[in-house]
Design a protein around this ligand. Structure first.
Ligand code: AMP
Length: 375
């Protein structure tokens, strides 16, 4: 029986996993180099670098199963732990997601639609890629990019030089810029016995590459089943256990995959308050070999990410069906510090509450309007 869950990474995702797991009787141990890792309040924090073998061995010894709160865990660290402890999701899924080129090749091979792309490792490669793809396109680092970091949009020929100057010393991928109608994500959980649960498709609005707002459910039945079929291919191929998220572009009723995350995902935070079972609980259920709960919505939900600064506690208005989550992280420009989830029985009620919360947050009118009109 599993008693202690080890997590590589001690950020807000690890924190929310522990918040979901403690009522289930689970204990947590985190490995994270940061002194102030915010999950540390909820379990033992081994403060060590990713290549510290004795710390990795200690984590493997203390934990009955190990999982991740971010995907850039070095391959060596994950393999070292897997040699002596159960690790879910399988490290192979982690490695596939760490390199945008490998990830796209894998998805293409299993007929998951992706935007056209070319590998770029030199200036002439970039010229060829831009010629083949056409403008606009997006130049991205293959590794370590997140929240829009490590990517530049090339709109005009003149942008190419600037993009190369900014990113040229990395291995790169150049992608077609998808002029999408909407962005969305599908999240699924798979148990060790193959039981698979999906949450409703979630619509996502990004600002400067960072998720700003998620709204769920966002679907027609046809879109939902299309998205489920795509993520199922990845789950099968990777012999997956745990929660996975697949980020998608929606263009003219077609779903195009952007990237997958082998972990719980920011666009699924609403599930803690708006679904029958949260992504966090089901991830733990999956990796501990327990049966999964349904991902169905209980309510309509809208989540605002709280970036850079938390509203003061007096501002966090107590409203029925509004849930404030504070990760207890030090404030820094653009940093994810918390989120607020608004839930309601109907879209009309959700919209009314979302307007109130957006005004408390002082969100830019444009974002506020978009959040409300995308319902
Ligand atoms: P990523 O780091 O790949 O998840 O990108 C962050 C955000 O940048 C995405 O959610 C999109 O809003 C935007 N983006 C990334 N790649 C593309 C693309 N090929 N076409 C259009 N927008 C993109």
């Amino acid at each position: 029986m599993i008693k202690t869950v080890g997590i590589l990474g001690g950020g807000q995702l690890a924190r929310m996993l522990a918040q979901a797991g403690r009522p289930m009787g689970l204990e947590f141990v985190f490995l994270d180099p940061a002194e102030d890792a915010c999950a540390g309040e909820l379990g033992e924090h081994i403060r060590a670098e990713w290549d510290d073998e004795s710390a990795l061995k200690k984590l493997a010894q203390l934990a009955d199963v190990v999982t991740f709160d971010f995907e850039n865990v070095p391959e060596k660290a994950a393999s070292l732990i897997a040699a002596s402890c159960l690790v879910y999701p399988p490290p192979g899924a982690l490695f596939a997601s760490q390199d945008r080129l490998r990830e796209k090749e894998m998805m293409q091979a299993m007929e998951v639609p992706v935007a056209s792309y070319y590998a770029v490792s030199s200036r002439p490669d970039l010229v060829t890629a831009v010629e083949k793809i056409g403008l606009p396109c997006v130049l991205k680092t293959r590794r370590f990019g997140y929240d829009g970091k490590g990517q530049v949009i090339i709109r005009f020929q003149e942008d190419m030089e600037r993009a190369w100057q900014m990113l040229g010393d990395h291995e790169l991928i150049c992608e077609e810029f998808v002029s999408f109608d909407a962005e969305c994500s599908i999240i699924a959980a798979r148990g060790q016995d193959g039981q698979t649960v999906f949450w409703p498709l979630t619509r996502n609005l990004h600002r400067e590459g960072i998720l700003a707002i998620s709204v769920a459910p966002f679907f027609t039945r046809q879109l939902q089943s299309g998205a489920e079929a795509l993520i199922l291919k990845l789950l099968d191929h990777l012999r997956y256990t745990g929660v996975m998220a697949l980020e998608l572009f929606l263009k003219e009723d077609q779903l195009i995959a952007n990237e997958f995350a082998p972990r719980v995902h920011n666009s699924g935070h609403w599930t803690s308050n708006g679904a029958h079972t949260s992504q966090f609980e089901n991830h733990l259920r999956a990796i501990c070999g327990l049966p999964l709960g349904t991902g169905e919505s209980r309510l309509k939900a809208l989540m605002f990410n709280l970036l850079g600064q938390m509203p003061g506690s007096a501002m966090q208005a107590v409203m029925e069906g509004v849930y404030w989550h504070d990760y207890h992280k030090a404030a820094r420009v653009g940093r994810k510090l918390g989120h607020v989830t608004v839930t309601a029985e109907s879209e009309v009620e959700l919209r009314a509450k979302a307007v109130q919360v957006a005004s408390v947050l002082g969100l830019a009118a444009e974002l506020n309007l978009e959040a409300v009109t995308c319902l």
